[in-house]
Design a protein. Structure first.
Length: 340
């Protein structure tokens, strides 16, 4: 019990590891000239989320595995081409993802390291990357002509779309996937309506299609979010709906990346969202089902308990007061913050 109370005291003193985000913008293909405005937007978002964001336009951060290990999320903001990371940097990134790192891709992030099955040039250099992001934009044409206004529809109830309208009219360079690469198991959250192609006609690739999606990597518990939005610089300066979409996506990626503490040295449980307002998800390894879990408040009192039901267990916490709690399963303890 002394250890649990010590853990709570450390949390209240702000000693738990800070969350860090890497904002990466290197290009070897088309340069959208958004790196500065994108970084400014992410700095402002980071201040709201109480996290730290670092900028990298060179790829240097990928050269050292220990440097990458500082980051909970890496943002590929309008990166492009297939010459932005060398072999060692790519290997370090793959290891970082395998260790639970989360990824956010914006617009031309899907025109980066194009998949070997996609049409066009510069394909097949590093299939790990497009399979992670979930797509490679097709070529010839890559997208609609200019930035016409079309309507996007929300799908599902993902946090990234909580603050955008169900019918979102937006001027954008809408990408095509039909002749490119589109991964299985992308969970779409925004779909654009049928568009008109650069030839002035409706083509098969102009059919309604995803513009934002997310993916889970169960083997590493990593999360990936990608949006094809973000072509023009004013997305990052004037479009408050785009900003809200990105902010909420980043917040979702960051959920559960702090407070993962195993007192007895066992592999920590994962809890998200964290902080949590209403319902949290507990991710446990295969040996956990049937095990009792307990929520303990700052006085050491058990305020909630339930049994692990599987790899993912849902626990309502909307009846708990705002504050810090410890979720304990066997000898493993995770700090949880309940907010209202």
């Amino acid at each position: 019990m002394r250890d649990l109370l010590t853990l709570l005291a450390l949390a209240l003193c702000g000693i738990l590891n800070a969350q860090r985000v890497l904002h990466f913008t290197r290009t070897s293909g088309w340069d959208h000239q958004t790196r500065e405005v994108s970084y400014t937007m992410f700095q402002n978002i980071a201040a709201e989320l109480a996290v730290t964001v670092d900028d990298d336009a060179t790829g240097d951060a990928f050269s050292d595995a220990a440097t990458l290990a500082q980051y909970a999320v890496i943002v590929f903001s309008n990166t492009s081409g297939n010459q932005i990371l060398d072999a060692q940097q790519r290997s370090n990134f793959e290891a970082w993802v395998a260790n639970g790192g989360h990824v956010l891709g914006i617009h031309a992030a899907s025109d980066t390291y194009r998949h070997s099955t996609a049409n066009g040039n510069n394909t097949g250099t590093w299939d790990f990357y497009p399979e992670l992001i979930g797509a490679s934009v097709q070529e010839n044409p890559n997208h609609v002509s200019g930035t016409p206004t079309y309507t996007m529809q929300r799908f599902g109830a993902h946090p990234s779309i909580h603050n955008v309208p169900d019918q979102w009219e937006k001027a954008e360079e809408y990408y095509y996937w039909e002749g490119g690469y589109f991964a299985e198991f992308n969970t779409e959250v925004l779909v654009v309506e049928e568009t008109v192609g650069p030839n002035g006609q409706v083509n098969s690739y102009d059919a309604p299609r995803p513009m934002s999606w997310y993916r889970f990597l169960p083997q590493s518990n990593s999360k990936v979010f990608y949006t094809a939005l973000g072509h023009a610089p004013d997305n990052f300066t004037n479009d408050m709906l785009f900003r809200a979409h990105i902010r909420d996506a980043l917040d979702w990626l960051l959920e559960g990346t702090t407070g993962l503490v195993a007192i007895d040295g066992e592999a920590a449980l994962q809890v998200f969202p964290n902080p949590v307002a209403d319902v949290m998800t507990i991710v446990a390894d295969a040996s956990r089902p049937g095990t009792l879990m307990q929520m303990i408040d700052a006085t050491g009192r058990v305020v909630e308990q339930a049994v692990i039901t599987g790899e993912r267990t849902i626990l309502p916490v909307d009846h708990l007061a705002t504050g810090h709690y410890v979720l304990q399963v066997d000898g493993t303890s995770v700090m949880v913050q309940v907010v209202r």
